[in-house]
Each structure stands twice: as structure tokens, then as C-alpha cells.
Design a protein. Structure first.
Length: 262
């Protein structure tokens, strides 16, 4: 989907204008600086891994198993997408095989060219730990963008660096998000288990859409609910009142993919 002038991507895969949520602190933003003691989870700067040494979650890599690929064997092809440093040192990043040895910018450009016409919008008033996990899932499904609504700085711990390859936008509040969605011709689909919602399982989802998720516990705000073209909920069968927002978002994204992925 072509970018509007405000959302044109720059070579690092992060849009120009105000779409800079993944690009680091902004000296003009009161949330960009983080005084000592206000970051109890240690999320700034973002971790540089899946794990920096290539180990999986919860354990050591077996001695006979290496993650990724080693240095390129023989003469490397003359391909501008390839990273000379990775050619020499090997590529241990958490990327699929087709992107081995590719530069970050090349991966971001290729993903953007093949992106699904689905966007994800996430409320960010308290640096919800779930945002990073949702960004990682959005990368896995190659969504067109993730829009961070509210505070510019977000908790990247769960993203595992996958935000480098995605278009990450920032919207200051719900009104700006709604205006952006309307200008892009996107249906606004809220995900919350509230009265008036329809079951996600049997609902036809619009192809050009933005899925909107609230923060953990708080859910969607009243102004966002009023702007939704569709409100869906995920049927539950146990005792808990609600799903974790990262789990709910993953289910909703997958439901859209089943209907529309190309």
C-alpha cells in the first residue's frame, strides 16, 4: 500500500514524519527521556537478540546445534541486499532462511513490498509489556504497520528486535489514529469482550483494516469504541474474564490471515 507523504519510509524501514516510534528517543518528546528509576523492567535500550548469544528461550543450545549460518562459503554474489559484515562473520539473527545475510534495510524493503493490507493499533499509556510481543506477531504475519497510540516510547522487550523490519507509526491519541485510519480508507476493528461485540470466529473481517487493541485490564477507551466500524470478541470457555491482550491480538491477526492472506 503506498505511503502518504507523512508516512513515507526512510532507508532504515522506519517512516519519516511522526512515524518514529521504533527509531529511539525524541528529544522533543517528554516521554523520550527516562529518568533513573522509572524503567523497572530494564527495557531501554531494547535487547539485541532473540537472545544475544543465539540461545532459545528457557535453555542452552545443544553443543552440536548452531543457530543461523556461518560465514559465506566461497565467493559471495554481487547482490546489494547482502550485508558484507554478515558475509564474513555469519548470520545468527532471528530471521527466516530467505533473509540470511541480508541487510536490515533490504529485509524491511522486501517485507514492505509484500505486506498484508492489515494494520495493528496498540494503546500505550503505561508501557504495556504486551506491546513488544504484539509487534513480534505483527512481524510474523507481515502486517502493513503497527501504530503506537499515546506515549511515543514503548516497551520493546518482547519484540526481540523484530520492530527493525516493520513500519512502526506513532499517533498521539485516539482522534489522530481515527483520522489516519479514515484517510487511509481502513475499517477500524476493535477487539474486546464487551456488550455489543460479535464473535470473531464467525465474522467476516474487512480486508483493508486496522485491528485496535487496548492495554491490559483497561481495554479499549470509550472514544475508540465509538469510532469502531466493527467490534469483535473471542469466545472463551473457562473461568477467566478475559484473555491476555497479546494472546487476543495474535488470535485476531490470525483470524484475519485465514480470510485474507495473500
Amino acid at each position: 500500500m503506498p505511503d502518504t507523504p507523512d508516512d513515507a519510509a526512510h532507508p532504515g524501514g522506519v517512516p519519516a514524519g511522526h512515524d518514529v516510534a521504533a527509531a529511539g528517543p525524541d528529544a522533543t518528546d517528554p516521554d523520550a527521556t527516562d529518568p533513573a528509576g522509572t524503567d523497572p523492567f530494564g527495557t531501554d535500550p531494547a535487547p539485541q537478540g532473540p537472545n544475544p548469544d543465539g540461545t532459545p528461550f528457557g535453555g542452552e543450545v545443544a553443543a552440536d546445534r548452531e543457530v543461523g549460518v556461518g560465514p559465506w562459503e566461497g565467493d559471495a554474489p554481487d547482490d546489494a541486499r547482502l550485508d558484507p559484515e554478515l558475509i564474513v562473520e555469519g548470520d545468527r539473527r532471528n530471521v527466516v532462511d530467505r533473509y540470511r545475510y541480508w541487510r536490515v534495510e533490504a529485509i524491511a524493503a522486501d517485507m514492505a513490498a509484500r505486506a498484508q493490507p492489515l494494520h495493528l493499533a496498540l494503546m500505550n499509556t503505561g508501557r504495556d509489556l504486551n506491546i513488544g510481543s504484539l509487534v513480534r506477531t505483527a512481524n510474523a504475519f507481515n502486517l502493513a504497520s503497527v501504530q503506537i497510540v499515546g506515549r511515543r516510547r514503548w516497551n520493546r522487550r518482547g519484540a526481540m528486535v523484530t520492530d527493525r523490519y516493520l513500519r512502526i507509526g506513532h499517533r498521539s491519541d485516539a482522534r489522530e489514529l481515527v483520522d489516519w485510519a479514515r484517510s487511509e480508507g481502513l475499517a477500524i476493528v476493535g477487539v474486546d469482550n464487551l456488550p455489543g461485540s460479535v464473535p470473531l470466529e464467525g465474522q467476516a473481517l474487512p480486508e483493508r483494516a486496522v485491528l485496535v487493541l487496548g492495554e491490559e485490564s483497561a481495554g479499549l477507551t470509550d472514544d475508540l469504541l465509538a469510532s469502531c466500524d466493527l467490534l469483535v470478541s473471542i469466545t472463551q470457555y473457562g473461568s477467566t474474564r478475559s484473555l491476555n491482550v497479546a494472546a487476543a491480538g495474535a488470535i485476531a491477526m490470525h483470524a484475519w490471515m485465514v480470510q485474507h492472506a495473500r
